[in-house]
Ligand binder design. Structure first.
Ligand SMILES: Cc1cc2nc3c(=O)[nH]c(=O)nc-3n(C[C@H](O)[C@H](O)[C@H](O)COP(=O)(O)OP(=O)(O)OC[C@H]3O[C@@H](n4cnc5c(N)ncnc54)[C@H](O)[C@@H]3O)c2cc1C
Length: 448
């Protein structure tokens, strides 16, 4: 993009939350100024991925999805569009007692700015986002295109695919997640993803197979000294419970427990049985009966190792920038997807505001607005994440005792965070160019 020539042909790598949100936000913000705007998303999978379980959306994520039109699509999907979450209750697995809650409603039971939390299956969220992409006249989504590298040539950006083909654009936005090829093969090869030492063991369990009383209203985080276990409804009618254990897992053990396509039946069966045993060893002594039942059930637990990208790496080149997990994957909290959505909306707003400026200024303005927030969020997630490591008896009790104090002392901070609106915050204005400054001085000097 040269001065006075906003990018016209934009390539987005990855059709995850950041990629699709970025395409929708750019289409909203840039279309009025860029006739013939063309946005193409390249996704490595051949179809939408059905893996990944359910995701929690905070009031901020819901607000931003509403602004992009996605929430309306989710609501249109009926019961599958997700379960409303007023609060995530925290419980001690040892005693079965409540130790507090993370609330998505204020003291009158209203959501923040009208939005509460929601737990929804990832595939359902992707389908809702996809239906908006299909309706947008200037967005194309191409599946089965795995990016393996890229370069900047003659004021254009060239993306290389595994199948040997290439795509050329004015701007490339890498939204290809924690293991981003745009980051590791192009912008910052020195910044690979790192395993956090913690994995999720996830399963979806039909509620009618659980005979004990369900101890939570919509969502709970059950803590123990062997990790935590999230239990949450993920559909409006509360027919399915999404269960995810967040546990310490050594890197060496990952390959032993990983289900891969192409494995024979006996290997798959061995892994499924080993994961069931892992869940029972950690949680079957809990005082919460419905969790005991889930852990002892025949559920097929899937292992999801959690990776992170150290903050401080490069986010951009001359015509390429990273957004979402590709730039700053942090140990996931309920807010992680919200950060990807914030990135998309803020970047689109800045690009529209700086549309007559060189891309270097767009990237600078975006980083100035975003770096500190992301660094702070990363630190906080790391700190919270450490609480899921295996602990001794005493340390485990201490974690339980401290939890109510921690929740109370951070309540105001959380409430302020739920109010965040990326469409309202002030974004920088481009500095007037020299020509404009001199025109301004000339007019002032020659004013009557
Ligand atoms: C186990 C787990 C649970 C989580 N739970 C929550 C939660 O409850 N709430 C929450 O807010 N956050 C949660 N998160 C974090 C959240 O999932 C991420 O922050 C969010 O998905 C980031 O979106 P993204 O679009 O940047 O990346 P992704 O969602 O990873 O999307 C990246 C996309 O790029 C594609 N891609 C990758 N490489 C290439 C390539 N080379 N070429 C082309 N395409 C490519 C991928 O197939 C994918 O479609 C969780 C994360 C994990 C791992």
């Amino acid at each position: 993009m040269d001065s006075m020539h906003p990018p016209h042909d934009i390539i987005i790598v990855g059709a995850g939350i950041a990629g699709i949100a970025c395409a929708l936000a750019l289409s909203q913000e840039l279309s009025p100024f860029v006739p013939g705007l063309k946005i193409t998303i390249y996704e490595r999978h051949d179809i939408l991925s059905t893996s990944g379980g359910a995701i929690n959306l905070t009031p901020v994520a819901q607000r931003h999805l509403a602004q992009l039109g996605v929430l309306e699509e989710l609501d249109r999907m009926g019961p599958e569009g997700g379960a409303e979450v007023d609060a995530v209750g925290l419980y001690s697995m040892r005693s079965g007692r409540s130790v507090g809650s993370i609330d998505f409603v204020d003291h009158r039971g209203n959501g923040y700015g009208g939005f509460k939390g929601r737990r929804v299956m990832r595939i359902v969220l992707s389908m809702a986002m996809m239906s908006l992409v299909e309706r947008a006249s200037n967005i194309d989504l191409v599946f089965g295109k795995k990016v393996v590298g890229g370069e900047e040539l003659n004021n254009r950006a060239v993306v290389q695919f595994q199948d040997g083909s290439k795509a050329i654009g004015d701007l490339v936005i890498g939204c290809d997640g924690v293991h981003s090829a745009v980051r590791t093969q192009w912008i910052d090869p020195e910044c690979p993803s790192q395993y956090t030492g913690i994995s999720f063991l996830q399963a979806t369990i039909p509620s009618d197979t659980i005979s004990s009383r369900i101890h939570f209203k919509s969502s709970a985080l059950n803590i123990s000294r062997h990790g935590s276990m999230l239990t949450s409804y993920c559909d409006r009618d509360h027919e399915q419970i999404f269960a995810a254990a967040i546990v310490q897992f050594s890197q060496e053990d990952l390959c032993y427990y990983r289900l891969e396509p192409g494995q024979d039946w006996s290997t798959q069966n061995r892994i499924k049985c080993a994961l069931r045993r892992e869940m029972q060893d950690r949680f079957s002594k809990t005082a919460i009966p419905c969790i005991r039942e889930m852990v002892d059930s025949k559920a097929d637990w899937m292992l999801y190792p959690v990776y992170q990208v150290q903050p401080g790496g490069r986010w951009c080149g001359n015509r390429v920038i990273l957004l979402g997990d590709a730039a700053h994957a942090m140990p996931p909290r309920d807010e992680s997807a919200a950060y990807a959505l914030d990135d998309a909306i803020l970047f689109a707003r800045i690009l529209a505001r700086f549309r007559s400026e060189p891309l270097s200024e767009v990237f600078d303005a975006y980083e100035r607005l975003r770096r500190d927030t992301i660094n702070r969020a990363f630190k906080e997630s790391r700190r919270m994440w450490e609480r899921n490591r295996d602990m001794g008896l005493l340390e485990g009790r201490l974690k339980e005792w401290m939890m109510p104090f921690y929740l109370r002392s951070h309540r105001d901070e959380r409430e302020a965070a739920w109010e965040f609106d990326a469409t309202k915050i002030t974004i920088p204005t481009p500095a007037p160019s020299e020509d404009l400054v001199s025109l301004h001085s000339f007019l002032k000097e020659h004013a009557p």
